[in-house]
Design a binder for this molecule. Structure first.
Ligand code: HSE
Length: 436
């Protein structure tokens, strides 16, 4: 059987997981792709550090250039993360005629257009399944399985750490910082956990999904991003009382005005399957105009789960090694000369329903004043609840669910509501998606 040599740049959680899965399942993987995959070299900053995998038989080096310049290695797997030196190394590897597999979502979202062009120029593949939603084969599904469809929208829980935090807050009432620490210990969190908590990691992934869905070049700067650090257990509880779950959702939607790309906390009806995706699990709903709604679910982070996606890309490349270069699936699922930039809808122009929580004085006329302002701005109310103050003199909580409204009207209404003497604090405002 033909041997294909792979070099790993990075031997951390996912690199170690890749070596372990190849060791565990090598025989079946070889039967699938018709060649034996051998990790011959791996680079790491500190090669003396203990690893989660066996390193016997792997040439370890602190110099990644040794790997990308090794003529015996056909496939480079970049698992270092971060922009540099990963970008320069990938560019050099592609120019050297090597295929590259990466899990680096920041790199693809920010520099994918350039990297894919270089790969195409050198007739090699730059594969990135592991960059989005860990082990879920969502790139494969969107590029190939859904190619008959015009995609209307997609919505995903695409950051395992954030979902793990929200789930633990809800189930155990755990403090934010404790859960984050646990996620870091389990190897789920990014090197800078702000990327998880503030939605940047999810925005990288959403940007790539939107390009796969709508056939447009990657445009990370146009993704609107809000994190979960402002979500309180109180809102989690009130949302549940209304029949909703709060999830950190990435949404990409094609509308008459253009494409929406946004990541923010979102109330989802609890009866939707995706509302019940908990812990480190990820899920993406993709609505195609032929197939309808489809749901992809699985672990969004972790050593072997992410390695599963890395190895699937390696297998795809092995199957193509002797094929004509133009037979490969295009990087973003659309022929490169057919990618088209589309107008992006600014966040003020998007239309969603809202959950509002207002801290108000418990006195007559307050509710009427609030609902009058909402009505004057064309906002109709779907549900209202009032929670009595916990102690004498404290604020009462008014919780409202509205119908869909353009965001700028909601902002105007809230600015007017916040000028009322009886409203004590800025409103809590969370968008609601029905996902139908
Ligand atoms: N930090 C990421 C997450 C890792 O929690 O989803 C997988 O991309």
């Amino acid at each position: 059987m033909k041997v294909v040599k792979v070099g790993l740049l990075g031997l951390g959680t996912v690199g170690g997981g890749t070596v372990n899965v190849l060791a565990k399942n090598g025989a079946d993987i070889s039967r699938r792709c018709g060649c034996e995959i051998i990790v011959s070299s791996a680079s790491a900053r500190d090669i003396t550090r203990p690893r989660i995998c066996e390193t016997d038989g792997i040439q370890l080096t602190t110099t990644p250039e040794d790997i990308i310049n090794d003529p015996d290695i056909q496939i480079i797997v970049e698992l270092m993360g971060g922009e540099e030196p990963a970008k320069s190394l990938i560019l050099k590897a592609l120019s050297n005629g090597k295929h590259v597999v990466t899990a680096n979502k920041a790199l693809i979202a920010n520099h994918g257009n350039e990297l894919f062009a270089v790969a195409e120029k050198h007739n090699v593949t730059l594969a990135y399944e592991a960059a989005i939603a860990g082990g879920i084969p969502i790139v494969k599904a969107m590029r190939e399985g859904l190619s008959a469809n015009s995609i209307e929208w997609l919505a995903g829980i695409i950051n395992g750490t954030g979902n793990f935090i929200l789930t633990e807050m809800r189930d155990k009432g755990s403090a934010f910082a404790d859960v984050l620490k646990e996620a870091q210990e389990l190897g789920y969190a990014e090197a800078d956990p702000e990327y998880d908590v503030e939605g940047i990691d999810a925005a990288h992934k959403l940007c790539i999904l939107a390009s796969l869905a709508f056939g447009m070049p990657l445009d990370f700067k146009s993704v609107y991003t809000e994190g979960i650090s402002t979500i309180t257990p109180l809102d989690v509880t009130y949302a549940e009382e209304l029949g909703y779950r709060i999830k950190h959702l990435g949404v990409a939607r094609k509308t008459d005005k253009g494409v929406e790309m946004r990541v923010h906390p979102t109330l989802i009806p609890e009866k939707r399957l995706i509302a019940n995706v908990d812990g480190v699990m990820n899920a993406v709903v993709v609505k195609g105009n032929a197939v309808g709604s489809t749901l992809y679910y699985g672990p969004g982070a972790g050593a072997e789960a992410t390695a599963s996606a890395v190895i699937a890309d390696i297998v795809d490349i092995c199957r193509q090694l002797d094929a004509p270069s133009d037979s490969a699936v295009p990087a973003l699922g659309f022929a490169t000369d057919q990618l088209k930039a589309l107008p992006i809808v600014p966040i003020e122009e998007i239309i969603t329903a809202y959950y509002l929580r207002l801290s108000v004085e418990d006195k007559p006329g307050v509710m009427a004043a609030i609902t009058t302002i909402l009505g004057n701005n064309g906002i109709s109310i779907e549900a209202v609840q009032q929670k009595e103050p916990e102690q004498h003199g404290a604020s009462a909580q008014v919780i409202l669910l509205t119908n869909s409204v353009v965001e700028k009207s909601m902002l105007i209404a809230l600015a007017q509501i916040e000028t009322l003497d009886s409203v004590n604090q800025p409103a809590i405002r969370i968008r609601v998606e029905s996902l139908q």
